[in-house]
Design a protein around this ligand. Structure first.
Ligand code: DCP
Ligand code: MG
Ligand code: MG
Length: 356
C-alpha cells in the first residue's frame, strides 16, 4: 500500500502578498489584471472570498461585489521563488514529488511512514514546517491514491488536513458531487446530472457497460476513480516517461507527402516541448494506426540524444518512410520522445490572459 499526500497552498498568490506586506493581512485582496483592461481574478484572499469573489471571475465583477477590494498585479517571479522553496521542503521528506503547478504537488511518503509516524503525522509535520519556514499555510489531503488525496486536500481549506483511511476510499468519495472527480468537467457533470447522477457514489453504482456506452474510454476511467481505484504513481519529472503528440487524419491516407508533412508538424510540437523544458530524449517513437485500426509503433534509439524539433523530425520521418506503401492507408499518426536524462523538476503553471 502507498501513502500519498496532495499539498496545495491556500490562496497562493494572495497569501504571498499578505505575507510580504503585513498591512494587507486580514483585508479582502485579489491578485489579477486591471478591471479596465478586462482583467480577471487569479487569486482571492479568504477575506475576499466572503464576498463571493473567486478565481477566473472578471475583475469588474469582483469590485462590484466588494468596492473596498484591494487589487495587486501578479509578481510571477516572487511566486516562482516561493514555489521552489516549498518544493525543496517537499523533497527534503521524499524524493517522490510530482509538482502539478506552482502551488501544489503530490508526495509519495510511503517510505517515511512507520508505526510511530502515521501518514497523518507526516502531513501535519509538513504543514508545520511550511508555516514556520515560509510563513504560509498549505492544505493537505492524505490517502492511498492520487485522486483521493487531491480531492481530500480541497475539503477543509484553508489550513486543512483531511485523511482518507486506507480501505475507506470508496466510502469517502460516495457523498461528494461528481464534479469533484478528476476528469469530470462541467460538461460531463451536466450529462451525469441529467441522468440523475449527482454524487460519486451514484456513479460508482453504474455498470461499466453503461458508462462506456455514454462516455467511451473516459467512462471506464471514471468508473474506476468513482470506486476509489487509482493506481497511478507519483511521477517526478525525472521519471516522466514521454512527450508525445498525435492526430487522426481527416481522411485515411497513403499519400507520402501528406504523411511526411504531418509527422513534421507533430515533431515540431514534441521538439518544442523538449527544448522549452530542457529535456534530452534517447528514443524517438512513431505511432501508426491503419485504416482497419491496427495500431503499432516503430522506434529508434538515438544514443547522442535529441532535444529539439529538427532532431525529432529527422528520426520520425525516417521511421515513417519505411512504412509507406501505395494503398497502405493510415488513419492516425503520432510522434513521441522517450527516455529522458535527469533534469530539474519544473512545475507547469497555466497563466490566465488579461493579467498585467
Ligand atoms: N491561478 C490563476 N488562474 C486561475 C487559477 C489559479 O492564475 N484560474 C493561479 C493563482 C493561484 C494559483 O494559481 O493563487 C494557485 O491556484 P489554486 O487553484 O490552488 O488557487 P489558490 O491557491 O489561489 O486558492 P485555494 O486556496 O483554493 O487553493
Ligand atoms: Mg492553492
Ligand atoms: Mg493549486
Amino acid at each position: 500500500m502507498r501513502h500519498i499526500l496532495h499539498a496545495d497552498f491556500d490562496a497562493f498568490y494572495a497569501s504571498v502578498e499578505q505575507r510580504d506586506d503585513p498591512r494587507l493581512r486580514g483585508r479582502p485582496l485579489v491578485v489579477g489584471g486591471r478591471p479596465e483592461d478586462r482583467g480577471v481574478v487569479a487569486s482571492a484572499s479568504y477575506e475576499a472570498r466572503r464576498f463571493g469573489i473567486r478565481s477566473a471571475m472578471p475583475m469588474r465583477t469582483a469590485f462590484e461585489r466588494c468596492p473596498r477590494l484591494i487589487r495587486l498585479a501578479p509578481r510571477f517571479e516572487r511566486y516562482a521563488e516561493v514555489s521552489r522553496a516549498v518544493m525543496d521542503i517537499f523533497r527534503s521528506i521524499t524524493p517522490l514529488v510530482e509538482p502539478l503547478s506552482l502551488d501544489e504537488a503530490y508526495l509519495d511518503v510511503t517510505g517515511s511512514v512507520t508505526q510511530a509516524l502515521p501518514p497523518a503525522r507526516v502531513a501535519s509535520d509538513l504543514k508545520g514546517r511550511v508555516r514556520t519556514e515560509l510563513g504560509l499555510t498549505i492544505s493537505v489531503g492524505v490517502a492511498t491514491s492520487k485522486s483521493a488525496a487531491k480531492i481530500a486536500s480541497d475539503l477543509d481549506k484553508p489550513d486543512g488536513l483531511t485523511v482518507v483511511p486506507p480501505g475507506a476510499e470508496r466510502e469517502f468519495l460516495a457523498p461528494l458531487p461528481v464534479g469533484r472527480l478528476w476528469g469530470v468537467g462541467p460538461k460531463t457533470a451536466a450529462i451525469l446530472e441529467h441522468e440523475g447522477i449527482h454524487r460519486i457514489g451514484q456513479l460508482a453504482e453504474r455498470t461499466d457497460e453503461w458508462l462506456v456506452g455514454r462516455f467511451g474510454r473516459m467512462g471506464e476511467h471514471m468508473s474506476r476513480l468513482a470506486r476509489g481505484e487509482d493506481r497511478r504513481e507519483v511521477e517526478t519529472a525525472r521519471a516522466r516517461k514521454s512527450v508525445s503528440a498525435e492526430t487522426t487524419l481527416a481522411q485515411d491516407s497513403d499519400d507520402p507527402e501528406e504523411l511526411i508533412e504531418l509527422v513534421g508538424r507533430l515533431s515540431q510540437r514534441v521538439g518544442g516541448h523538449l527544448s522549452s523544458r530542457g529535456l534530452h530524449a534517447r528514443t524517438v517513437r512513431l505511432k501508426l494506426r491503419l485504416a482497419d485500426f491496427t495500431t503499432f509503433t516503430r522506434q529508434k534509439a538515438v544514443p547522442e540524444g535529441v532535444d529539439d524539433s529538427m532532431g525529432v523530425e529527422a528520426v520520425a520521418v525516417a521511421l515513417l518512410r519505411s512504412e509507406l506503401a501505395p494503398g497502405r492507408l493510415f488513419r492516425l499518426v503520432g510522434v513521441g520522445a522517450v527516455g529522458f536524462d535527469p533534469v530539474e523538476d519544473e512545475p507547469i503553471q497555466p497563466r490566465l490572459v488579461g493579467l498585467d
